[in-house]
Design a protein around this ligand. Structure first.
Ligand code: PHE
Length: 341
């Protein structure tokens, strides 16, 4: 009896899986119908306990055959469905390689960033460290500690934006010198890149916001010769091997002696042309030996230590290097402009 039922299940199942099971979901229903907890085969097997001792092994064997027969069929069908699903996907997922691609517009490093990094590289290779300070600065650091008291005429040249009586937007990166000297025992060898502010009207050579890099070296026995050697090397690295420098006496309250430093024109090499306004030289930075008052105000003994400092405009350097004739172009953020460098 059981034997017949088992055979019948096998036939019925074989017929069904061949003709009726068309997809993975139906296959799952099929599996549950026969092999599930309440499935037909499972139900039959439950009747085994009523069989006699002779019948049990024979029927048991047959039942196992039917079960593995069904399991195999199910597995085969599952593989088939998987294969055809994949084939469908491949068929529908055609890529038209002749279609125009999506072009991502890549940005470009801003020339001010490139020049800053280039200058930083030069000084890092000479053993300088990079220091930074706040753009919103105490009047004390921006002026007073730099030997520029309230009534000093030099303040007029660097008129700025006042937050209140004590706090200004810094007009120069020189206040970072003070902050470093207050906290560091010499030897000191730093550069300080950063944004500075002056209340200037924007034109081809001025903007109220611009960038500088300050350099400061303080140690025993630092001389003007060290300053000139450093500036020469810097000019050659940035503007080319044949570049010369020239120092003109100048006045800064925080250096003594002070100089304005020109480099030989990178276009004509010093002969005179439109770029250097026939001068042969282009002014790029201010420099000098750190004023003893400044050292003393930072708690550094000016009889034991001396130092040099200079500050250069990054915009001016970038304009020279890349032949840009209007400073404002650097702030328009036009990708067509920026991509040229
Ligand atoms: N801070 C000066 C300026 O902005 C430049 C400078 C720096 C001069 C260091 C001398 C020494 O004009």
């Amino acid at each position: 009896m059981l034997k017949d039922q088992l055979e019948q299940i096998r036939e019925q199942a074989q017929d069904q899986i061949k003709n009726e099971v068309k997809n993975a979901q139906q296959l799952d229903e099929f599996r549950v119908k026969y092999l599930g907890k309440k499935g037909e085969l499972t139900a039959l097997l439950r009747g085994m306990s009523e069989l006699s001792a002779e019948e049990r092994p024979i029927i048991g064997q047959l039942a196992n055959d039917v079960r593995s027969f069904l399991e195999n069929k199910i597995q085969e069908a599952a593989q088939e469905f998987e294969k055809s699903a994949m084939a469908d996907e491949l068929k529908n997922d055609v890529i038209d390689i002749t279609m125009p691609g999506k072009i991502k517009k890549l940005g470009k490093k801003h020339p001010l960033t490139s020049v800053t990094e280039e200058i930083e590289e030069v000084f890092i290779s000479m053993g300088y460290e990079i220091a930074e300070g706040p753009e919103i600065e105490f009047d004390y650091y921006n002026f007073k500690a730099l030997n520029t008291p309230e009534d000093h005429p030099a303040r007029d040249l660097q008129d700025t934006f006042y937050i209140n009586d004590r706090i200004v937007l810094r007009t120069q990166t020189s206040p970072v010198q003070i902050r470093v000297m207050e906290n560091t025992k010499p030897p000191i060898k730093i550069i300080c890149p950063g944004r500075v502010y002056r209340s200037d009207i924007a034109d081809a050579t001025h903007t109220p916001v611009f960038h500088q890099i300050e350099a400061l070296v303080v140690d025993k026995g630092v001389t003007m010769g060290d300053l000139i050697g450093t500036l020469k090397l810097f000019a050659k690295k940035i503007f080319g091997e044949n570049t010369n420098i020239r120092l003109r006496p100048h006045h800064f309250p925080f250096t003594e002696p002070s100089a304005e430093v020109d480099v030989s024109c990178w276009v004509c090499g010093g002969v005179g042309c439109r770029v250097c306004k026939q001068e042969g030289w282009i002014e790029i930075l201010g420099a000098g030996m750190v004023h003893p008052n400044v050292l003393e105000m930072c708690g550094i003994d000016s009889k034991e230590y001396s130092g040099f400092a200079f500050g250069l405009g990054i915009e001016r350097t970038a304009m020279g290097k890349y032949n840009i004739d209007d400073l404002r172009l650097l702030y328009e953020n036009d990708i067509r402009f920026v991509s040229q460098f």
